[in-house]
Design a protein around this ligand. Structure first.
Ligand code: PLP
Length: 428
């Protein structure tokens, strides 16, 4: 449904921006066609430059938990703007934000703000290495932690060997200390710890892997990771950039009663402005400069506008006790899609937790990255294009999770389920 105005903008963009986009998934390469350009966004709706409105299930990839252009966040930003956009000295809102995070996430005793989720996970890895004096990091195949050199690595021929880079421009040196293990595989994880336990600085995991679609942990798997880390003196690093403050008030760790050593955060705590944060045990966090030898810094870290928007977003979640509402919306959408798939005889798995969900065209539950690759990703682009033509915008990739916001209404969900059912009935 390319419109002429978006097409013209995309032509211009491609001349001056690599691929015409400032982040690759926006280019629609996984679903075909050209991206549309958004003129404005309000509530659960995007307005395309040609004036058409779409129900949005991307929610700016997570931050827009109250929908777009939320009036309370806008009001907080207006107030903050009166006082200036950046100070270069400490400011009161940074203290308020640190207290707000620590109060919500009990494993976080101290927290440092930064500007993106990538910075947050990168800093966790450095801190884990600085604290333990060890070099190796374990990650899981299919988990995305931002574009950190050491974490853009997937499994080599064996999980016990060092990884190889997943992107050009990453040296073997940066990748060699990353060990990649299949998700939900206790035996593989235990084997790595058994063989190399004394060299492992930390294990990093997406609290719920949600960057290849949503994968939920087998019962007890999170606890198993926690115990292995404790036993071997490695730090357990929880990446809650996507799930933090979204899945529950205190993130997945609150919901699952898991106590990580370090947590990476972002998205919701910026209220739509650039932000990241990492925090955890005070004795580990105190290794950071200026107290300790692990260096980490940022010109715009703790930026007053981002802090104001993030605090307004957190307060509004509390005021509405939003998580129950978000979960009901998520369940209704997931159930509706499951039902529609069943009616049409299409094999579908719809994992959902609160306001995060995704759709796999697969007969069996998806437990790891291999299962994701085995699912029918080709069917997704057909669904995507059908929905877009009908005014519903799903993430432009079969490998991305769908986001809901408090601005989505039951009527939006009904319309979306009808749209999906139509696509399924046409057998895609
Ligand atoms: N970690 C997770 C789990 C993410 O989903 C993302 C981004 O989507 C990141 C880290 C990186 O965050 P950012 O894009 O803000 O650098």
């Amino acid at each position: 449904m390319e419109d002429r105005i978006s097409h013209a903008l995309f032509e211009r963009a491609q001349k001056r921006i690599p691929g015409g986009v400032n982040s690759p998934v926006r280019a629609f390469r996984n679903v075909g066609g050209e991206p549309f350009f958004t003129a404005k966004a309000n509530g659960a709706r995007l307005t395309i430059v040609d004036g058409r409105e779409l129900i949005d299930y991307v929610c700016t990839w997570g931050p827009a938990i109250h929908g777009h252009n939320d009036p309370d966040i806008r009001a907080a930003l207006k107030t903050a703007l009166e006082n200036g956009t950046s100070f270069g000295t400490p400011g009161p809102l940074e203290v308020e934000m640190a207290e707000a995070i620590c109060e919500r996430v009990p494993s976080v005793e101290k927290v440092r703000m930064c500007n993106s989720g990538t910075e947050a996970t990168m800093s966790c890895v450095r801190l884990a290495r600085g604290f333990t004096g060890r070099e190796k990091i374990i990650k899981f195949a299919g988990c995305y932690h931002g574009h950190v050199d050491a974490l853009l690595v997937k499994a080599g021929s064996g999980a016990l060997t060092g990884g190889y880079p997943d992107s050009a421009g990453i040296t073997q040196g940066a990748a060699k200390d990353t060990i990649v293990v299949p998700y939900n595989d206790r035996a593989a994880l235990e084997a790595v710890f058994k063989a190399q336990g004394e060299q492992i600085a930390g294990l990093i995991v997406e609290s719920y892997p949600a960057n290849v679609g949503l994968i939920l942990p087998d019962a007890g798997f999170l606890q198993f990771m926690r115990e292995l880390c404790t036993r071997h003196g490695a730090l357990f690093i929880f990446d809650e950039v996507m799930t933090g403050f979204r899945i529950s008030r205190g993130g997945v760790q609150q919901k699952e009663a898991i106590h990580p050593d370090l947590t990476a955060m972002g998205k919701v705590i910026g209220g739509g402005l650039p932000v990241g944060a990492f925090g955890g045990r005070a004795d580990i966090m105190d290794m950071l400069a200026p107290l300790g030898p692990v260096y980490q810094a940022g010109t715009l870290s703790g930026n007053p506008l981002a802090m104001a928007a993030g605090l307004a977003s957190l307060k509004k979640l509390d005021a509405r006790n939003a998580w129950a509402t978000l979960d009901t919306l998520g369940k209704t959408l997931a159930d509706g899609i499951r039902e529609a798939a069943k009616d049409a005889g299409i094999p579908a798995q719809v994992p959902q937790s609160g306001s995060l969900l995704s759709l796999f065209f697969s007969e069996t539950p998806v437990r790891n990255y291999e299962d994701v690759l085995a699912s029918r990703t080709d069917l997704f682009s057909k669904l995507f294009r059908h929905a877009l033509a009908k005014g519903v915008f799903f993430p432009p990739s079969p490998y991305e999770s769908w986001f809901l916001s408090t601005a989505h209404t039951p009527a939006d969900i009904t319309r979306t389920v009808e749209t999906v059912a139509e696509a399924f009935k046409k057998a895609l």
